[in-house]
Write a protein that binds this ligand. Sequence first.
Ligand code: AMP
Ligand code: MG
Length: 323
Amino acid sequence: MGIGTNVEEAARRLAAGEVVAIPTETVYGLAANALDPAAVARVFEIKRRPSFDPLIVHVRDVRAALEVTDSWPSAARALAEAFWPGPLTLVLERKDVVPDLVTSGLKTVGVRSPAHPVAQRLLEETGLPLAAPSANRFGSISPTTAQHVLDQLGTELDFILDGGPCTVGVESTIIGFDRERCLLYRPGGIPLEAIEACVGPVHDARQDAPTSPRTPGRLPSHYAPRTPLLLGNLDEMLEEYAGQPVGVLAFRSARAAHVCRVLSPTGDLAEAARRLFGALRELDAGRAELLLAEPVPDRGLGRAINDRLRRAARARTVDRDAP
Ligand code: AMP
Ligand code: MG
């Protein structure tokens, strides 16, 4: 396993069918040539990801996206024009060149053009569409540095391309389409407000389970630390768990606790998003037996942060209810 900053080496390895961790502005991705089913199968294996969870395909630009997708609604074009390259995934009809494994057999494929300059250089160098889920084990906390990837997947990877810490820190916003209607599948790095300013009202499709694909970006429990996490009013919870070794994840102001991480002292949601997964990892690695977190304001990037916190918290309920 190698780690380094050599884009040409990463491109060569990807072209040879290897799996390479790559930097993007959202989180680090576990990339493979999207058109090579054997390489994509290794991504699922390394992540221990169930095959019903489709991968997002990363492309250089709209032109490259058109090689793997068909018939774009005009709203999709408007969104790509406004937010690509950037943390926005569009779910569109797929072309037959895309292997079933990438889309979990769906007729649609999620595509996005990442804004990270290293990811862009890599896409240019390979000329390939790259299927890349987050570079962590399925269900656990997403990596926002090369070190995070090394810590969890180092022994199973061929190469980690180090592009520094991720600047956005939460995954992409995912938008699908029902004819011209825009559907929100996952809040993420592009605020919903910005999307609605571009294309008008967006339908929140997260609860539309029976008619939509069951995909884990949408599973209730995901992005979870190993330590149980509770989400709620910090001061009330601290009173309840007084004297116990708890770890605290606070939005703006520190609390007296065994260990505490503050996401943004100035209340900046972009800074909070950037720090979220790193702070969760640090708390999870410590000796706290319980993590307490508070929701952030539910606007802009705050929606994505709250979404991840809610699902990190739900892991505990799901475990308890399991037979
Ligand atoms: P990630 O875990 O960041 O790689 O994102 C993968 C998520 O993207 C999946 O769990 C789905 O929620 C979503 N996704 C990808 N492709 C599709 C698709 N064709 N239809 C619906 N959602 C998709
Ligand atoms: Mg993921």
